[in-house]
Design a protein around this ligand. Structure first.
Ligand code: NAP
Length: 266
């Protein structure tokens, strides 16, 4: 059974909004977090109406530590103890390292690495005390890549989410807590648009792009089954197998050639 109350970050669009829909359909109550409150409120109203569940929309900039603290204090004062967490909020800096500022880089690390770690830390004790919890950390298939020019920090952040999830799973799997790193490939969402990469979307063949629903349903099934890692979609599974199994001297030039189309002109 899924957890009773899920906190989902980045629920205002794409994969996060789909997590909200999929858990709502399973009768779970939700705390939905992102910056765009109007989007969260509209989704909350829809899900309350359709499924008769409780949904709390909460506006927070997860790149700001004080905003995360406000969320945690609000939950405590409201007596809400999530027993499910989906660390989904994320984006990419679609440039080379030298073309982004230190502040942009630190903000990215805060949203994609530090805040997810902090949320797990803050919510884990309740899960441990009740002997039950569900955690999904949204990584990416690029967690397996050898890295390429452009999006410099993105594979590093996603590799962190993958390794963090696996180590945590090793510690809490026998305590009733399932931890899963979700590693999708190209997925229908606002990701490319948010990262200023609409042009790239046009060149991605549709057969390689999964729906958010397909990705999320695979993630929930994997998490409920206690799987530590789920790479969604056949093409992505083949690509990850190649990145993992082929010799570095072969796969690295291939990946770096392929990644050129995801690099913005500077
Ligand atoms: N789409 C893909 O092809 C793909 C592939 C692999 C992995 N992923 C991962 O999937 C996750 C979800 O992305 P998506 O594809 O669904 O993209 P998306 O449609 O752009 O959604 C990103 C979500 O993150 C939230 N977010 C971004 N910065 C935030 C901040 N500072 N504070 C709070 N919320 C923030 C956005 O909400 P607000 O703007 O309202 O704050 C939005 O809800 C990300 O971690 C991404 O790296 C995506």
């Amino acid at each position: 059974m899924p957890a009773k109350t899920y906190l989902i970050t980045g629920a205002s669009s794409g994969i996060g909004a789909q997590f909200a829909r999929s858990y709502a359909a399973r009768g779970c109550n939700l705390v939905l977090v992102a910056r765009r409150l109007d989007r969260l409120e509209a989704l909350a109203a829809e899900l309350r109406e359709r499924h008769g569940i409780e949904v709390l929309p909460f506006a927070a900039d997860l790149g700001k530590r004080e905003s995360v603290q406000e969320l945690l204090i609000y939950l405590k004062l409201s007596g809400i103890s999530p027993d499910g967490l989906v660390n989904n909020a994320g984006y990419s800096l679609a440039h080379t390292f030298a073309a982004t500022t230190a502040q942009q880089q630190l903000d990215f690390i805060e949203v994609c690495v530090t805040t997810p770690t902090l949320l797990v830390r803050e919510l884990l004790d309740h899960m441990l005390s009740q002997g039950y919890g569900r955690i999904i950390n949204v990584s990416s298939m690029v967690a397996f890549s050898p890295g390429a020019s452009g999006h410099t920090l993105y594979p590093a952040a996603k590799a962190y989410m993958l390794k963090f999830s696996r180590s945590l799973a090793a510690e809490v799997a026998d305590k009733g807590i399932n931890v899963t790193a979700l590693c999708p490939g190209s997925t229908e969402s606002e990701f490319q648009h948010s990262n200023g990469m609409d042009a790239v979307l046009k060149t991605n063949p549709a057969r390689f792009v999964q729906t958010a629903e397909a990705v999320v349903e695979a993630a929930i099934r994997a998490n409920e089954a206690g799987r530590e890692v789920i790479v969604t979609g056949l093409f992505n599974k083949i690509a990850v197998a190649a990145m993992t199994l082929l010799p570095d001297g072969l796969i690295t030039p291939l990946i770096r050639w392929g990644a050129k189309k995801y690099q913005l002109k500077e």
